[in-house]
Ligand binder design. Structure first.
Ligand code: ATP
Ligand code: MN
Length: 478
């Protein structure tokens, strides 16, 4: 039989005493007899038993960690402990040799930093195999969630001329000869001569274009790469990340919160069902990691418990103003334990404040609404108090902000007025304002940072470990 069976299927096989072909990479080889073989279909290895007395010693030597093998043999109920079935090899073919002296991924514990430097090979570890299978399931679940609800997947452009957030943290897109950039008479860069005839950048958000879609298709979502040149070397920011941005006509802020909460619970549940083994493995990994921390910094719940807790509890919903009151009265604020003391209304919340609310005060996911307009984007709907906007941020334990969204300002005059106040050129965004000119309606949407979701579900503490090839300041290797 030459048809390859994946290891996941073999390990679940109801039948034994059958001939099988299995292919994969050697994770370990002990006593010249037992190969732990893995093909990435599951975290678990299949044990291949080698009849070393009747195997060519030259071949035995080539069975080294990292080598790719094709094995034919018989699937039998295992005699040893630790596995239900194993393959007794009748024929082993080396598909690709490995050099055990040089192969970086040894059958021992490697640090996450070391594996980041070897990101081209880290998929071959149990931890990263589990992370990327979970990531895959979450991505699929996102599509399934929206598709089941009749949303249209809209592809918004990667190259744009707008900076949606107005934050200016964009990567330029140009095909100018950088040694010879055309200048105007007044000495400015002459973008008229550039590829698009204007200055362009990589998108920081698909929202503005997404809104155009929602104003006809009603319910849309985007799911694509997003780029921010923020020079922040944090464990929660990447220069290239994936964002999911639903935008829904006729939704208000409460509908928006319901949608976000339903979606998060749906995709987390999907991963828990689909990737039970991987999440169990990652739970153990995190528990081990936690043991290296001082007692008071350890999490009270395991990863699995955190995920189940998130599914079984309503997210706490409160306004920014209520949150500020809680923070002002909090013990760490009174004892001056915050790096940024909470003094008054109007300041942006720092990650330490978000984490206090989520991890210490409410001990569950929190949705904060109605932020001061000064710290939010121009397109958020203005409240009647003249001070706040219909914003919502969802804060998760261990992560901080995972979702940022709002009900949008659908009233043309209010929107233009706010753009003028904030110095956002209304002429350049004429196409966006057209939606408010022709059949404007209440609508709302949000952006979910996909990697922050993957961090939460896998329990990984650094965002660089949940995307295959992380892009961050001074790093674009692989
Ligand atoms: P933060 O305050 O954490 O930088 P933000 O306010 O800039 O977030 P938004 O502009 O609201 O975030 O973007 C929507 C979502 O995209 C965020 O809630 C977060 O999950 C994610 N996100 C934002 N910036 C990054 C980044 N640099 N890397 C990864 N994910 C990000
Ligand atoms: Mn940011």
């Amino acid at each position: 039989m030459s048809q390859r069976t994946k290891i996941k299927a073999l390990l679940q096989s109801q039948q034994t005493e059958i001939d099988v072909t299995v292919k994969g990479w050697v994770r370990a080889f002990r006593s010249n007899r037992f190969i732990a073989l893995n093909d990435g279909s599951t975290n678990n290895n299949i044990q291949v038993v080698v009849d070393f007395e009747n195997t060519d010693p030259a071949l035995l030597k080539r069975i080294t960690v990292g080598a790719a093998l094709s094995v034919q043999g018989k699937l039998i109920a295992s005699l040893g402990k630790g596995q239900i079935v194993e393959v007794v090899a009748t024929e082993i073919e080396i598909l690709g040799d490995s050099d055990p002296e040089k192969y970086p991924i040894q059958p021992k514990k490697h640090s996450l930093e070391f594996l980041r430097e070897n990101a081209h090979l880290r998929f071959r570890t149990s931890t990263f195999g589990a992370i990327f299978r979970v990531r895959n399931s979450l991505a699929f679940a996102v599509h399934q969630f929206f598709q089941e609800r009749g949303f249209v997947y809209l592809h918004t452009p990667v190259i744009t001329a707008s900076d949606a957030e107005g934050a200016g943290e964009t990567f330029h897109v140009t095909n100018f000869d950088l040694d010879n950039i055309p200048k105007t008479d007044t000495g400015e860069i002459d973008f008229k001569q550039d590829f698009f005839g204007r200055a362009t950048n990589l998108t920081v958000s698909g929202q503005l274009e997404g809104e155009l879609g929602a104003m006809a298709l009603s319910d849309i979502y985007t799911f694509g790469p997003t780029f921010r040149a923020e020079n922040s070397n944090t464990t929660r920011h990447l220069a290239e990340f994936w964002m999911i941005e639903p935008e829904v006509a006729f939704n208000d802020l409460v509908d928006n919160m319901d949608l976000a909460e339903d979606m998060l619970k749906y995709v987390i549940k999907y991963a828990l069902d689909k990737n039970a083994d991987d999440i169990e493995f990652l739970t153990q990994r995190l528990t081990e990691e936690e043991k290296t921390k001082p007692q008071n910094e350890r999490s009270e719940m395991t990863l699995l418990e955190k995920l189940q807790f998130c599914l079984n509890n309503d997210f706490e919903r409160l306004t920014y103003t209520e949150a500020i009151d809680i923070l002002k009265e909090s013990t760490p604020n009174k004892k001056k334990k915050f790096v940024y003391p909470v003094e008054g209304w109007g300041t942006d919340l720092q990650s330490e404040h978000e984490r206090y609310l989520v991890e210490k005060h409410f001990k569950k996911p929190v949705i904060l609404t109605d932020y001061p307009k000064e710290i939010k984007a121009f397109y958020m709907r203005q409240n009647d108090d003249g001070k706040t906007v219909r914003a919502m941020d969802i804060l998760f334990p261990g992560i901080g902000e995972i979702v940022g969204g709002s009900q949008r300002e659908e009233r043309l005059d209010k929107l233009e007025q706010r753009m003028n106040e904030m110095g956002i050129p209304t002429e350049e965004l004429w196409w966006y304002l057209d939606t408010r000119r022709f059949g404007s309606c209440p609508h709302a949407g949000f952006g979910l940072g996909f990697e922050r979701l993957v961090m939460f579900v896998t329990g990984m503490g650094n965002i660089r470990d949940v995307i295959p090839f992380p892009r961050f300041p001074k790093n674009a290797e692989f």
